[in-house]
Design a protein around this ligand. Structure first.
Ligand SMILES: [Zn+2]
Length: 382
């Protein structure tokens, strides 16, 4: 695992070198303290002003365990925990703990409407805290789509949603909505439950590959996938079960720097299965060597998937791409123990605006619309 982990981290460092122009935004915040200030002022001002102020005087925290602040652009918000709650959320991975997660999600529905398909928690950290070992994680809440390789389910009620919420996700660094793995985590709503892929932990001889749940592993795609896998077009067969292929990551290919591939877009409901070009899945991998820009490997099993063999395996996707949901509502909440600084608000707000923009930009990163080839879109905000 070490080797591939390093590959991914190197990808991130490269991305961090890209310099983006960020609009400087003047942001005023609705905070608990300004709310109290307004309440005091209200007692000494004329009635017409009082009515004016009442429109903005929304105490969002009257019934909540945590302290919420809504940014004035109505795109992003923060959830402030006490120091001890935050430290245990970070150090004991509160997000992965069902009880802690249920407490947070149920609480936020006291402030936000039940209108979100997805909730992204973003930690107010420069990068992964030392006791967390992931860039991002998705916890599925409900899925009614058929033909993905698993049965429909719905646990939304226990989270406080009436069938709307599909997943909650956590990103462990403040900028991971922009650099990734935001696209990767969203893809996990639909994949990979379809193929029994394989991977290996490190290069070597006499390896025994293992079932690689959730990601594409040693599987080809129209492009290197958000959930890993190689570019099928670069595959060379050397004979005797030996293959060469352009370097790739079995679980990711560089955060938001790659779009979704055809198989991912099909499972997401964005394109028809007939648009998925044939690709190979390799299992029983017995050797791997890593060259400068290519991998050489041997694998005893090569399974070629076509659009019709995918349907034979998974059944039809219901709904198909002509009637599937393609616009999703997303709530972005920064989890923090200190109130966000103006600079932090600017970063998160600009990233949310960019990630949900339905146009391409001049950066090498993909927002959701770009990554879906213009088929899908996100609405972020309240
Ligand atoms: Zn993943």
């Amino acid at each position: 695992m070490m080797h591939f982990g390093l590959l991914v981290i190197k990808g991130y460092q490269k991305l961090l070198l890209i310099i983006f122009k960020r609009k400087s935004m003047i942001s005023t915040l609705i905070t608990s303290s300004t709310t109290k200030f307004i309440v005091i002022i209200k007692n000494i001002i004329p009635v017409f002003l009082l009515l004016f102020f009442s429109c903005n005087d929304k105490d969002v925290n009257s019934d909540t365990v945590f302290d919420y602040t809504l940014h004035t652009n109505n795109r992003v918000a923060s959830l402030k925990m006490s120091s001890s709650d935050y430290d245990s959320w970070i150090n004991e991975d509160g997000f992965a703990n069902t009880e802690s997660r249920l407490k947070v999600v149920n609480d936020l529905y006291n402030v936000f409407e039940d209108q979100y398909d997805f909730i992204f928690f973003i930690l107010n950290e420069p990068s992964i805290p030392e006791n967390l070992f992931y860039y991002g994680k998705l916890i599925g809440i409900s899925n009614s789509v058929q033909g993905l390789g698993f049965l429909p389910y719905d646990n939304s009620l226990q989270y406080g949603s009436n069938g709307k919420l599909k997943a909650v996700m956590q990103l462990t660094g403040l900028e991971y909505l922009k650099y990734g793995p935001a696209l990767h985590e969203l893809a996990h709503q639909w994949a990979n439950f379809a193929l029994s892929t394989h991977s290996v932990d490190a290069p070597g001889e006499d390896l025994s590959s293992y079932l690689y749940t959730g990601h594409w592993g040693f599987t080809g795609g129209s492009t290197p996938g958000q959930l890993g896998g190689f570019n099928q077009n670069t595959l060379i067969s050397n004979g005797n079960n030996s293959y060469s292929v352009e370097s790739f990551g079995p679980f990711a290919n560089g955060g938001n720097s790659v779009p979704y591939n055809e198989l991912e877009l099909y499972l997401m409901g964005m394109i028809d299965v007939s648009s998925v070009n044939d690709f190979d899945m390799f299992t029983e991998i017995t050797s791997l060597s890593v060259n400068e820009s290519t991998f050489d490997f041997t694998a005893a099993q090569r399974t070629t998937y076509t659009s019709s063999s995918l349907v034979d395996l998974l059944g039809q996707r219901v709904p198909g791409n002509t009637s599937s949901q393609k616009e999703f509502n997303l709530l972005v909440l920064v989890i923090t123990k200190e109130s966000l600084t103006n600079e932090e608000w600017d970063i998160v707000d600009a990233n949310a605006e960019w990630f949900s923009k339905t146009e391409s930009d001049e950066t090498s990163l993909y927002n959701f619309w770009e990554a879906t080839g213009g088929q899908g879109s996100l609405k972020i905000g309240f």
